[in-house]
Design a protein around this ligand. Sequence first.
Ligand code: UDX
Length: 459
Amino acid sequence: TERGGMDSKQSNATKVLMLPWLAQGHITPFLELAKKLSTKDFHIYLCSTPIILTSIQNRITKTQSLSIQLVPLHLPPTSPELPPHHHTTNGLPPHLLPTLMNAFDSASPDFSKLLQTLRPDLVIYDFLQPWAPTIASEYNIPAVEFITTGAAVVSFFSFLAFKKPDVELPFPELQPLLGSFRNAQPNRPVDDGTDGKPTPMLECMKKSSKMILFNTFRELEGKYLDYLPISIEKKIVPIGPLVHETDHHEENKDSAIMQWLGTKDELSTVFVSFGSESFLSKEEREEIANGLELSGVNFIWVVRFPVEERTEVEEALPVGFLERIGQRGLVIDGWAPQAQILAHSSTCGFVSHCGWNSVLESLKFGVPIIAMPMKHDQPISGKVVEDVGVGVEVKRDENRKLNRENIAQVIRKVVKDESGVQVRTKARELSEIIRIKGEKAIDGVVQEFMQLCNRGKTI
Ligand code: UDX
């Protein structure tokens, strides 16, 4: 999987070793950061398990000029519960997350060897790799944490972890979430699958050298970015939105979907997808199918199943649904080219679980969001979406059940009704801000890294 030797230009470049967590939502922003840094005179070692590197390689072969070298980290054989090859965390039951984290932990001697051999000037690590900065410090290498989720989420959890529970939450729009998180998890702030250990995200942030990078931007999460240094005492550096950039290779692969979308009118179609880790229950599938039908809006819907529930898509949908929908809808089994679909001129809305990458991709292309958060950080990201005014949440009832009429109503509001004009305008405005900002965030962090690396060398 390793590719590319170092030429003389690269050997003078600042060497950065990047260590993402092995989930789609973490790999994408790490890879996009790697690509951007490699165009700014950095040489990147992207370090992960061999199987993850194979998937990353498929995404960078068309851009050979990038100075990115893939470096395998071999996990020791671990618990037989883990799926073969620890492919990604997609579909991994949450209780196995600690097992996977421990597997990385015990790969740390290998990581030590890599640091000795490669001698990077800087390590950029994911918050789910908390052992990495400890080892980097043994070699006197600065290590910076890159948090791939939103600043609101981290504000919320750090507030819960570091302050007394009866202190008022500084962000009133998140207040309604407080009770539900407390009730669900009385002894810890977040259901992160770590089985009662301290939240690794917060523990890990303390080890970051001087600053912490966030995949966000000020116009979206300014107040949370301002709150974080108070509770965390590090410089908080927003470098987003870093989102999946497509290339022509991918466009060809998914051309049937794109051709279908191309037959639809401008701003006529919603994209419906719930990320790489969430699966709908049978009831949720029913309500969403009926909601889409009732809305009268065109749609592309990505339906996914956990391995053990594998079935034909037709069988998972209400009887006669596909016939009734006809050419108005396209149901995809498993995976669709999300970024390309969101970028398409026929797309007018995104029915989303509010995974952070999905939120950022939607905003990059000015697509307003019909928010249906599922788990983890998503309820908080859904609140941010509503608070900033780029989407509307589909409310669940007191038993967390979805309702088809609600779904249809929110879809129509966000994409066509007069009452949704402001949401559509705001989404377009943020997209314009993102376009104008361009590379500024990365240019800023390049200076920061240079200073950090020089300091690291003189310690
Ligand atoms: C997970 C968590 O669930 C989420 O809450 C957290 O913010 C990040 O990690 P995930 O469920 O994968 O995220 O969602 P998201 O962050 O939105 O990332 C999904 C990525 O997969 C996006 O980049 C999206 O473009 C891509 N994707 C997903 C596709 O390209 N096609 C698909 O069909 C589904």
